[in-house]
Design a protein around this ligand. Structure first.
Ligand code: AMP
Length: 225
């Protein structure tokens, strides 16, 4: 069957802290496609002083998922926006089996073919250390880590020169434990689902950001081995 839609359409999946967001940002810079992070969309919504915003904030702070209905609605309309016309990376979606099943229906309706699902694999011990040390520039969003990725000049963002940084509220030990439990029980079933469809490729995410990025580029046919 010929591919009618243009651009690359991929899902980045894996446990919280595996590097999905970081790798999605790198890929976006490389090939200029839309980075669609449901976590970021929800954090924006949770900042609003509305009943939905307050409920969402409470759920995210506990490491609980947003409802499938809400997420599906959000993603489906976001995909229709102009910046997704040249392709997209779904980061953090689908996160449950019903989301994965509905994604298939949505993409079919929109005549979009999903090219690949990349699972970034990182063991839990490494994940905890990564998440508890990460923070980002409040001005441009560039990510850093207390141990693995410090700014070149202490307190100054390498990218935009910003001097204010923040940590995600859900990046604390208790919430991360909960997020890992939810990942295993709710998200992990999507892995065999995509494997059966022949769409899954697993990538070792324990190396450096660059090394993992290189592996992903090979998997997506953007560079040679
Ligand atoms: P992330 O930025 O991908 O780590 O997502 C942060 C939080 O947003 C997660 O811990 C969930 O509570 C929520 N979230 C993100 N994506 C989804 C999704 N597809 N379905 C349900 N909840 C989500």
């Amino acid at each position: 069957m010929s591919k009618e839609n243009k651009g690359l359409h991929v899902v980045f999946t894996g446990a919280p802290g595996c590097g999905k967001g970081t790798q999605a940002r790198i890929l976006k810079q490389k090939i200029d496609i839309c980075h669609l992070s449901t976590g970021e969309m929800l954090r924006d919504e949770a900042k609003k002083d509305t009943p939905l915003g307050r409920d969402l904030k409470a759920a995210l702070d506990r490491g609980e998922f947003a409802t499938d209905e809400m997420i599906i609605q959000m993603v489906s309309s976001r995909i229709d926006e102009d910046d997704c016309k040249s392709g997209f990376i779904l980061d953090g979606f689908p996160r449950t089996l019903p989301q994965a099943e509905i994604l298939e229906v949505i993409l079919k309706e929109k005549n979009i073919v999903l090219d690949r699902v990349v699972e970034i694999q990182v063991p839990d011990e490494i994940i905890m250390e990564r998440i508890l040390g990460r923070y980002s520039c409040m001005c441009c969003g560039q990510g850093y880590h207390d141990k693995f990725q410090k700014p070149k000049v202490y307190g100054v963002c390498d990218v935009c020169g910003g001097t204010e940084f923040s940590r995600r509220q859900d990046d604390n030990r208790t919430t991360v434990k909960n997020r890992l439990i939810n990942y295993r029980s709710l998200t992990y079933p999507t892995i065999p689902y995509f494997e059966k469809k022949g769409l899954l490729t697993c990538v070792d995410g324990t190396g450096t950001i660059e090394a993992t990025g290189d592996k992903i580029a090979v998997v997506l046919g953007l560079s040679e081995k």
